[in-house]
Design a protein around this ligand. Sequence first.
Ligand code: PXG
Length: 288
Amino acid sequence: MKIYLDGKLVDKDKAVISVFDHGLLYGDGVFEGIRSYNNLIFRMKEHIDRLYRSADAIGLKIPLTKTEMIEATINTVKANGLSDSYIRLVVTRGTGDLGLDPRKCKKATIFIIAGKISLYPEEYYKKGLAIITATTRRNIPQALDPRIKSLNYLNNILAKIDAIKSGTEEAIMLTHEGYVAECTGDNIFIVKKGALLTPPVSVGALEGITRDAVMHLAKKMDIPFRDKMLRMEDLYDADEVFLTGTAAEIIPVIAIDDRKIAAGLPGDYTLTLMKEFKKLTKSDGVKY
Ligand code: PXG
């Protein structure tokens, strides 16, 4: 396996960074998770744009232009001979010392890993997922905006532990005011009376690229779509619920907190969107 590290492609066991890197010491950095299908990198530009937006939001200067970053990403996937892959792009504040001061980090560290990911076992895509509401609330935007895809994922990991403790795979995270925000690594949608609803990102959620792709598909398919502040009652009462994310793609949810959603089976809108999304990933993307 070849890893891109600060301008070079190196073997996996040579891809090492300093213990003084602030990405490791403080979670001070940003990242992206991108997928390629059939030698096509899905929504590459959107992911790179979000990476630079996240970096901007934490005052981190990425020492590559977007074009250079795209080139480095393509070279990394190619070097690993993968036609279907999961690409992890990471930019940290860089090597500093034992102190928060980001000025001690003279140059950002950049690494790119191209490997494989499968988040949920295949059976969940057919049968649907049972999830819970986490007791851990989502970070408030005024403290750490969930729109920033930072390396500081402890908020999400604590909610993931809530999910695991209750024997499920994923958890819904509410805002401090009790509105539905998103899941630990996925956005959430509901279908109600033939319309697709999802929380606005301003509530405190990541502006998911899969979420955006689903909104485009809904438009193309003439499915009414709105973003709306949602409460748990709206979810319990929904006709369908599904999650979206680069790793998960689109996955049906059939129960929340031990309550069945409608008949407790993946719904028609969800199944249709899953099919259309699969087509999109196979035909749309940056070729390599
Ligand atoms: N919310 C959060 C908090 C995420 O981390 C999403 C929503 C979905 O966004 P995209 O742009 O991917 O549609 C994410 C993304 C992993 C993994 O390793 C997690 C994500 C993406 C890729 C890999 O678990 N989450």
